[in-house]
Design a protein around this ligand. Structure first.
Ligand code: SF4
Length: 359
């Protein structure tokens, strides 16, 4: 039987139950989920499914990540709610490719781990699954592992097995709707051009889950725990002098009350300038290099290959900005005289991140 897999939390429990109910079936997992966005989240979910299938001894095949086809298919349905028309198209796409794969492999049956997901409509899944199974000459297997305490058992198992528990369905549109209802930024969609790993980002989680795979292979014990913290994302910013945009590097945790301000440097000393508005501090690249121990030749270099966050936080501290300080700190080539304009659009918000502790 070909089992379409959406995530490890659903697949681990589902495959265990399926094995009990179909002891004579050889189960093959098929991870085909081009709806998952961004790609780092796709990699993270796949990584955990690989770990789960390995534990269960189930062969796993990865389908193509043809997200452009998926995006095209749901065009015009971006604003649909979950369980609505967009989800129906999403299932269509995934089930069609799964049914094709089942036929290609010579399987007689197919099913999906989505059936165990409490947030999905089973009726919608069965309707779509049966349609494509019939079209490709395979049987769609419907099982209900949610009722009779199944969901509670599934949750217990996912905790015991330390599975990766994602907190959104998968696509870009569901994610933005969910975050806007939560009044939270969709920070999963931020990806700095420099490729730095941001605090609380999917990339940070991916590193943790890759490391835990290594620890498990080495037979070492670990825990993954959650930590509350104040997160920050810089969306956009610039500094203008005489109406000309200057090269600038805005350090993390720099905020402005109304995004825009105009003023001048009150006084400057040893490469640090005190701006007369919004407690802003400006430092020269030379000063930044001196206190950070870095050797950036230009601001461009700093912007495209910044140091790790802890270096920037140490620079903030060196000018008297503690970790609780949200004043803007900006690196410029030189500190100009006369009027300047500064614009910073950023988000500062309470968040939760995962941490790995090796025991
Ligand atoms: S909310 Fe989930 S099921 Fe619906 S379209 Fe997005 S990824 Fe697919």
């Amino acid at each position: 039987m070909l089992v379409h897999i959406c995530c490890s939390v659903d697949s681990h429990f589902f495959l265990q139950r399926l094995r009990e109910d179909f002891p004579n079936e050889r189960l093959t997992g098929f991870f085909y989920d081009p709806n998952i966005h961004p790609y780092s989240e796709y990699r993270l979910r796949l990584l955990d499914v690989e770990r789960s299938c390995k534990k269960l001894g189930v062969e796993l095949i990865e389908g193509p990540y043809d997200y452009k086809v998926w995006l095209k298919a749901v065009e015009g349905f971006e604003n649909e709610p979950e369980k609505g028309a967009r989800c129906e198209i999403c299932f269509d796409r995934r089930f069609e490719i799964s049914a094709k794969k089942a036929r290609e492999l010579g399987e007689k049956r197919m099913t999906t781990t989505l059936l165990v997901s409490p947030k999905k409509s089973q009726e919608q899944l069965v309707r779509t699954g049966e349609r494509f199974a019939e079209e490709y000459g395979v049987e769609f297997v419907y099982v209900d592992y949610r009722s009779g305490g199944g969901t509670q058992l599934q949750q217990r198992i996912s905790k015991e097995e330390r599975l990766y528990r994602q907190d959104y369905c998968g696509c870009l549109y569901g994610l933005t709707q969910q975050r806007s209802q939560q009044q939270m930024p969709a920070d999963e969609l931020y990806s700095p051009v420099c490729g730095n790993i941001l605090l609380g980002s999917i990339e940070e989680r991916l590193k943790i889950y890759e490391r835990r795979m290594e620890l498990e292979e080495e037979g070492r014990d670990y825990r993954i725990f959650r930590q509350k913290f104040l997160n920050y994302r810089l969306r956009f910013g610039w500094v203008k002098h005489k109406k000309r945009v200057l090269s600038s590097y805005i350090l993390p945790y720099s905020t402005l009350k109304r995004r825009y301000t105009k003023g001048r440097v009150d006084f400057a000393e040893e490469g640090v300038g005190w701006f007369n508005r919004e407690e802003i501090r400006l430092i020269t690249l030379e000063h930044y290099n001196r206190v950070s121990g870095c050797g950036y030749g230009s601001l461009r270099e700093l912007i495209f290959a910044p140091p790790p966050l802890k270096t920037d936080m140490a620079v903030r501290e060196s000018v008297g900005m503690g970790p609780w300080d949200l004043s803007a700190l900006i690196v410029l080539q030189d500190i100009p005289e006369g009027n300047m304009e500064i614009f910073i659009e950023s988000e500062t918000y309470p968040d939760v991140r995962e941490k790995l502790v090796v025991l």
